[in-house]
Design a protein around this ligand. Structure first.
Ligand code: SAM
Length: 229
């Protein structure tokens, strides 16, 4: 296998990994991210974990073909196979849903003590992920939006440390609010349109739910028309 070329989404995650990191990639699937990080001399080592043996077979094949020596594969649920002496300092969890990501982190809080960086790309509930990772003692260092095959993904880099956020920052993203761009507005427009669809599909008996979504859309629209925070 020649040098790995990552998708735009995985590349935006790779860009957040710091030089010399020891990475645990939970839910690695194909391990392409880890191989890329190794081939580009970004990491000291990666531990590529997945709960599915089938996924790891693909990962092992890719690692063998690319001949990288510092990517290790482990069959594991979440962080269960990460040990203290692995010296992992950076955790990557991408392509999973918010509930899964939150439970992986909350189930093994003791494994986070040496982890100074968590990079997350959740497919759902990004505000919930922000709230939960901040509760675990991390702050939001960086956020980026990337559009791939018509879907806009949010990638967040957390660093260890305490910082207080408003509910608006948790919903929209503190860094995204500061660097509003076209993708940010497109993402908000997508949310507004999704809410509109839900409003029209709800029966009139659910008037409160309809009203709540209506008010939410007004707040989102307001944010779209404002300049950066
Ligand atoms: C959609 S893939 C994402 C792959 C890669 N991280 C990416 O962003 O392209 C999700 C992977 O997470 C794995 N997975 C799901 N739950 C997991 C868990 N509790 N622990 C480890 N891996 C898990 C699945 O087996 C699957 O390979």
């Amino acid at each position: 296998m020649t040098n790995i070329k990552l998708s735009k989404r995985l590349f935006s995650i790779a860009k957040m990994v710091e030089q010399g990191s020891t990475v645990a990639d939970v839910g690695c699937d194909h391990a392409l991210l880890d191989i890329y990080l190794s081939q580009n001399n970004i990491i000291k080592k990666a531990i590529a974990c997945d709960i599915t043996e089938g996924a790891l077979q693909g990962a092992r094949k890719n690692i063998k073909e690319s001949n990288v020596k510092n990517v290790e594969v482990r069959l594991a649920d979440g962080l269960s196979k990460i040990k203290d002496n692995d010296n992992v300092d950076t955790l990557v969890i991408s392509g999973l849903g918010d509930q899964k990501i939150i439970s992986i982190l909350n189930n093994e809080k003791n494994k986070l003590k040496n982890i100074h960086t968590i990079i997350v790309q959740s497919n759902t509930g990004i505000d919930k992920v922000r709230i939960n990772v901040v509760k675990l003692g991390y702050f939001i260092k960086d956020e980026t939006l990337v559009k791939e095959k018509g879907i806009i993904y949010t990638v967040i880099k957390f660093k260890k440390g305490i910082r207080k956020y408003s509910s608006k920052q948790m919903y929209f993203g503190p860094v995204l609010l500061m660097n509003k761009n076209e993708l940010f507005n497109e993402l908000l427009l997508n949310i507004i349109n999704k809410n509109k669809k839900i409003i029209s599909s709800l029966p009139n008996t659910m008037v409160w739910k309809k009203l709540k979504l209506f008010i939410k859309n007004i707040k989102i629209k307001k944010e779209m028309s404002k300049k950066t925070d």
